[in-house]
Structure formats: C-alpha cells, structure tokens
Design a protein around this ligand. Structure first.
Ligand SMILES: Cc1cc2nc3c(=O)[nH]c(=O)nc-3n(C[C@H](O)[C@H](O)[C@H](O)COP(=O)(O)O)c2cc1C
Ligand SMILES: [Mn+2]
Length: 467
C-alpha cells in the first residue's frame, strides 16, 4: 500500500467502503452521518458530493480492527492484539526514509495570497465546536532546532481564517517540546501539516514514540521498506510523497490566538470556551489533483480515534514493557472504549514472587503509561488480556482489594473529565493485581473437566440433538 488511494481501492475490494453520491453538507451533516455510521460499526465512507465543493471527504477509515489490519498489510480477520504484537515485532528494525525528487502532492502549489484553507471541504463536526477543523486525521511534522530530530504527531488544527490554523499541542507532546526550543532561540518553528497520505502515517502520528525517535523510521519498519519523502516548497522538512494535501507554514513561539473548543474522544469538551494557543501562519499549500480530504470524528467511543489509539498506544505500552526487559508478558490490551490509554490489561506468566506487582508498576512508568494511564489490571497467563469476560471473572474471584496499589500522583491529561476542569495536571492511579499470588503454597483448586468424558460426550453430540 502506497497511499490513501490504494487504501480506498483495497477497502472497496474487501467490501469495507461505501461511496456516498448524494449531496451532503459539510456543516454538521457530514460528521453526523459518519458518527452514526461508526456507532453501527459501518464501513469507511467516501463522501463524493460535499455541498459547494468538488473534492471528496473520507471518514471512518480506522473504525474497525479489520481496516486497521488492512492498513498494516495484514489479513482482515487479524485481532487487535495480534496487530499490536506484529507492530512490536516489526518496529524492532527501524528503516529511515528516502528522499525522492517530486511527488503528486506537488501537482498544485498555492503560495502567499493564493492560500485559502477553505478551498477544501473542511467540516464543522459538533454544534458546540469553535469552528471548522481542518486537521483531525492529519499529522504535523516538525524538526528539533538543535538535534535535527524529525517528529510527526497528530494534533488537531482549527481554521481560524483562510491562512491561519489554530493548534493544540498539549504540554510535553513533541511539537510542544520543539516549539519551546524554538522559543529559546527566538525563532519561528517551521511546520508541515498533512491531510491524507499512506494511512499508516496517520497511525504513526498518533503513536506515542519516545522523544528523539522519528515516526518515519518506525513507519518504514512496519511497511518493511523505506518511506519516500519530498522536500517542502517553503520549509526544510520531509513530507511523505504519498500526501494528498500539504500545508506549509510557521508557528511563532510566543503569539497566541483563541482556539477551540472541540469535542474530544472522551465524549466531552476538554475546556470551557476558547483557549489562547499557538497557531500556524500558512505560507503555502500543495495538493494532488482531486485531493481527498480525510477526517476523523471524535466524541464517545468507538470512533477511529479510539481504534487508532487502542492499537498505537497499546503497542507502545507493550514495547515499553519489553524495553524494560520484563519477562513473561503474554498480551497487552488497552480497550478502545478507554481510547487505548486510560485503562490497560496485561496478561503475565508469573515466574517469581512479586512478578505481577512488577508488571503493574512498570506499566505506569513506561512512556505511554506515565501519561494519563489510570487503571492497570494484571491477570495470569491463562487469561488473554483482551478477553473481557474472563478478565471480569478474575477481578471477581482472584482479585482482592487489599492487593491493589494506589498511586496518588502521576502525570495527567487535560482531557480527563474525571478531574475538575481547571486542575487536570495530576491524576491518581490504581494497579489491580487480579493474579493468584505466585508465592501461595496452596492455590485455589480449579474445577476441571475429565478429558476422556469430554471426548466421549463430544462423540454423542449429534445423538443428543445438540448439533
Ligand atoms: C484524531 C486524533 C487527534 C488528536 N489530537 C490531539 C491534539 O489536538 N493535541 C495533542 O496534543 N494530541 C492529540 N492527539 C494525540 C497525539 O496524536 C499523540 O499523543 C501522539 O503521540 C503525539 O505525537 P508525539 O508523541 O510525537 O508528540 C490526537 C490523536 C488522534 C488520533
Ligand atoms: Mn513523537
């Protein structure tokens, strides 16, 4: 798979995409269709007739595990946990990107006064949103001014006027760290924002890789080949050659404009009204002929934001535990209903006393877990982390609240609606150890079926009228 068009063709061939020919309004109508479709577990949608526009809008590309599997080049019936396992395996061998001279995203080049962000069918999603959001299924590329580290991160982008995009780089995110570095040098930060590309690049934008690691190298690892990149017209930054729409501009580290509000994947707004935030002054927009405008809805689970994060945050947590060399990790699952980040379940084959406790405290200290993860459930290896009925069984019959660990202070996210709206820097955490303690000499005696009798009655199944 090379670009978004290949992905669309693949989805269509597999019955995973519906084209909408009827005229649909970008103003609330389009997002509402997408959201209701996602709630039903529906296909990806390609809106081909957006009121007042000639170019299409793609939604719901990542809402199901089957479509995430297609993005990763895996069979459609691969489970989320298997996708994560494959992600962890493939990303061990990073492959740097390769420069190419040109790409279809240079077919149209608008500079200076020609720039008009509303030339594209930018939707308004929800009634209480602060405006139209250009960047949802997007990613932002920046370069660290001292080390040269290239980052790619998904951060929402609001249209403030025809050549200005509001940003929300949450504290400590890589674009925020880099912007502060430009601030110290008193220089504007060059940025590129991409809408539509090889869909893997969007997953990489959402992935919580460590600082100083480039998402391009990890994308190459997952694809098993180097990602092709082209130079910007006005900025010295790498752009995936597969891009549909490329916005080039700069962020002044001290200037602010009101941004938001925008509904979040928690199902709530994260603040009250607008907030002053850094913005992108857009100097150039390049795009393919008939560009495909790709969006991602938000709100209550499950949307493609949740699925994307369940895969990428879950894989990052798994990677983090492996990097700590903790043995016995059988599976990791960060349910999409918790946006892959507030709740994690880990299955471990215990090998020594305190092993399960180590897994719990390690999880909240990984790159992913240290930020916003609130509840960790550890289960024994006879239970798969994704098998929620069995996890609830363990929570009922193996878990004893006196073996829970309660941590009072940890880094939180401004998005967490369980904290007061004006103080969301710090959260508490709980580790629920639902394993049978390794050191117990007398363990609960499980009820087992007699193997021979099982075989015998299975042989009688039809006779018993049960088939
Ligand atoms: C659809 C979508 C929208 C997101 N919007 C934001 C956002 O506005 N601000 C933010 O800081 N993180 C946002 N995130 C989460 C980041 O993409 C994620 O934390 C990622 O790791 C950031 O990249 P970085 O680790 O290179 O900073 C969003 C994720 C998704 C999937
Ligand atoms: Mn990063």
């Amino acid at each position: 798979m090379n670009d978004l068009r290949d992905f669309i063709a693949r989805c269509e061939a597999e019955g995973e995409l519906r084209r909408i020919e009827a005229e649909v309004d970008w103003d609330l109508e389009l997002s509402h269709i997408a959201k209701l479709n996602e709630e039903k577990g529906g296909p990806a949608l390609l809106f081909q007739n957006v009121k007042g526009y000639n170019s299409p809008v793609l939604t719901s590309a990542c809402t199901t595990t089957s479509r995430l599997a297609l993005i990763m080049g895996m069979p459609r019936d691969t489970s989320l946990v298997e996708l994560m396992r494959e992600w962890v395996k493939r990303t061990k061998n990073k492959i740097p990107p390769t420069w190419v001279d040109t790409a279809p995203c240079k077919e149209n080049i608008d500079k200076g006064d020609q720039v008009n962000l509303l030339k594209f069918p930018v939707p308004k999603f929800f009634p209480k949103d602060g405006g139209r959001f250009f960047g949802t299924a997007c990613f932002v590329i920046t370069k660290d001014p001292t080390s040269g580290w290239i980052n790619l991160g998904t951060y929402r982008l609001q249209v403030l006027d025809k050549n200005t995009l509001g940003t929300q780089f949450i504290k400590g995110k890589h674009a925020d760290i880099m912007l502060k570095a430009y601030g110290e040098l008193k220089k504007p930060m060059p940025v590129v924002a991409v809408v539509g590309a090889d869909p893997l690049m969007f997953l990489m934008g959402a992935a919580r890789l460590p600082a100083f690691e480039s998402e391009f190298d990890f994308a190459g690892a997952i694809r098993g080949r180097s990602i092709e990149i082209v130079k910007g017209e006005t900025v010295d930054l790498p752009i995936p050659a597969s891009a549909e729409i490329v916005v080039e501009g700069e962020v002044d580290p001290v200037a602010m404009k009101p941004e938001g509000p925008f509904g979040e994947y928690t199902g709530y707004y994260s603040g009250i009204g607008t907030t002053p935030r850094p913005f992108i002054k857009v100097n150039c927009v390049t795009y393919r002929k008939d560009p495909i405008f790709w969006i991602s809805t938000v709100g209550r689970a499950v949307t493609d934001t949740h699925m994307t994060m369940a895969l990428t945050y879950g894989a990052t947590l798994w990677q983090g535990l492996e990097a700590m060399r903790i043995p016995g990790i059988k599976s990791v699952y960060c349910p999409p209903e918790g946006a892959g980040r507030f709740l994690a379940i880990i299955s471990v084959k215990q090998m020594y006393p305190g092993h399960s406790a180590q897994v719990g405290t390690a999880a909240i200290s990984t790159e992913m877990g240290a930020y916003g993860l609130k509840t960790v459930i550890v289960v024994d290896d006879d239970i798969d982390a994704w098998d929620l009925p069995r996890v609830l069984w363990a929570l009922s019959f193996r878990f004893n609240p006196s073996r829970a660990e309660f941590i009072k202070r940890g880094r939180s996210t401004p998005l967490d609606p369980s904290l007061p709206i004006d103080s969301r820097d710090i959260t508490s955490r709980i580790i629920m150890d639902a394993t049978i303690p390794y050191e117990w000499k007398e363990k609960p005696i499980p009820i087992e079926l007699d193997k021979d009798i099982v075989k015998h009655v299975q042989g009688r199944w039809a006779e018993l009228g049960l088939e």
